[in-house]
Design a protein. Structure first.
Length: 406
């Protein structure tokens, strides 16, 4: 699993940062989160020039490939501010016309779109008034708050009807359970997908993806001596063939010499699955259902990666100009956004192993110049000091980050 940042700007794009979007890949399948203006251009650029890839400074292992338009299975919108969704109609037209190499084995493969109330109206009207067609078809699912009403606009000609997901309650908050995209095969089908509203100036959603625990590894090295010792009595040409049965049936094996091999004694403990939190714009994600949602996981309060916005920061230059950290925080939150400190507090609360800061003001350039990297390192250190760990990265356009469980 890996994530490619396609746009890391906030409201105003810049020559070094595109509007918001990131691509999460699971074994090649692509799941977009937000789709700001020119997202498809970013994908096309990256596919035509892999030298644009930016290496995760904390991980020397290269991902080795880039996300492709034809492999997009689903798009998750955090909210309907233009810098997060103006690229969606155009990308749909392009991605919907690209023929997948596995089209024969993956028929009826529409693109699934998830978003807050208003997503259906926005997409339908944008495609209707531009007389656009989507060859693959698409499905729109809305995550409705208790005060929301289902959309009454007519479906697009190429649209398959989606769901209106109603929230469930958890403590004093709400959240949504989202079934994975229905097309088969979907690499996301084994994951639990949950979402919750987070504070911003418009209805905004954050997403939690949790992979189930993976089976422990069979210790063949410990079982083999027992099987070989009983080879003649078993009357098997290859007694090691019992290993496959042992693994699949999860039943004990009774050997002729009286030895009983119990699967639990010859299998490593289950490995915790990977977990990712991807947040939209927010003034304080701690004031949401997310901490409680993550506390309910098994095991609780562990997340491999948190991606959190960090629109503004109080840097040395700000202090020299007379500003204080509290003033910067107040102004940032009044506009519905966060600072590196806020992002780090959230990441620390939910047990994140790694924090990636995202969604930066146009004041913070995303190029590789010494000056820009120095400014971003100052932003990063504000989060590091609050997070209590060096495992913090400032995202740049085309940066790739692997998601690895412990």
């Amino acid at each position: 699993m890996d994530i490619t940042f396609l746009g890391t700007a906030s409201a105003q794009p810049s020559p070094t940062r595109n509007h918001s979007s990131l691509a999460l890949r699971i074994e090649g399948e692509v799941f977009l989160f937000d789709c700001g203006e020119a997202t498809q251009h970013q994908l096309i650029k990256l596919n035509s020039d892999s030298s644009l890839v930016v290496q995760d400074p904390l991980d020397l292992t290269q991902v080795g490939s880039t996300p492709r338009l034809a492999r997009i299975n689903a798009i998750f919108l955090t909210h309907l501010h233009g810098d997060h969704c103006f690229g969606l109609p155009g990308l749909l037209c392009t991605a919907g016309s690209v023929v997948r190499l596995d089209a024969e084995t993956v028929p009826n493969n529409p693109i699934h779109i998830y978003g807050p109330s208003g997503t259906k109206n926005y997409v339908r009207n944008a495609l209707l008034h531009t007389m656009s067609r989507i060859g693959r078809g698409f499905v729109i699912h809305e995550l409705l708050l208790p005060s929301d009403s289902p959309s009454t606009t007519a479906p697009h000609i190429d649209e398959q009807l989606g769901e209106d997901y109603q929230p469930e309650t958890i403590n004093d908050g709400v959240f949504w359970k989202i079934p994975s995209p229905s097309q088969s095969p979907s690499k996301l089908s084994t994951f639990s997908i949950k979402a919750a509203p987070i504070p911003h100036t418009v209805p905004t959603i954050g997403y939690l993806l949790a992979e189930p625990s993976l089976p422990g590894k069979l210790r063949a090295d410990l079982i083999t001596p027992h099987l070989l010792r009983n080879k003649e009595a078993l009357n098997l040409k290859n007694p090691l063939s019992l290993l496959a049965k042992f693994k699949s049936s999860n039943e004990p094996i009774h050997l002729p010499d009286g030895t009983i091999l119990h699967p639990s004694e010859y299998t490593d403990p289950p490995k915790r699955g990977r977990r990712v939190v991807i947040l939209g714009d927010t003034s304080n994600a701690l004031d949401s259902s997310f901490p409680t949602l993550i506390d309910t996981l098994d095991p609780p309060s562990i997340v491999d990666l948190v991606i959190h916005e960090s629109t503004n920061a109080c840097l040395k230059s700000d202090i020299e100009s007379g500003l204080t950290p509290d003033q910067v925080l107040q102004t940032t939150q009044e506009h519905g956004h966060s600072t590196p400190d806020l992002a780090a507090r959230f990441a620390k609360r939910v047990g994140a192993r790694k924090l990636v800061l995202n969604h930066f003001s146009s004041r913070y350039k995303g190029d590789s110049s010494v000056e820009s990297l120095g400014v971003m390192d100052e932003v990063r250190m504000l989060a590091v000091n609050e997070f209590g760990s060096e495992n913090v990265v400032c995202a740049r356009d085309f940066m790739q980050v692997r998601v690895v469980a412990e």
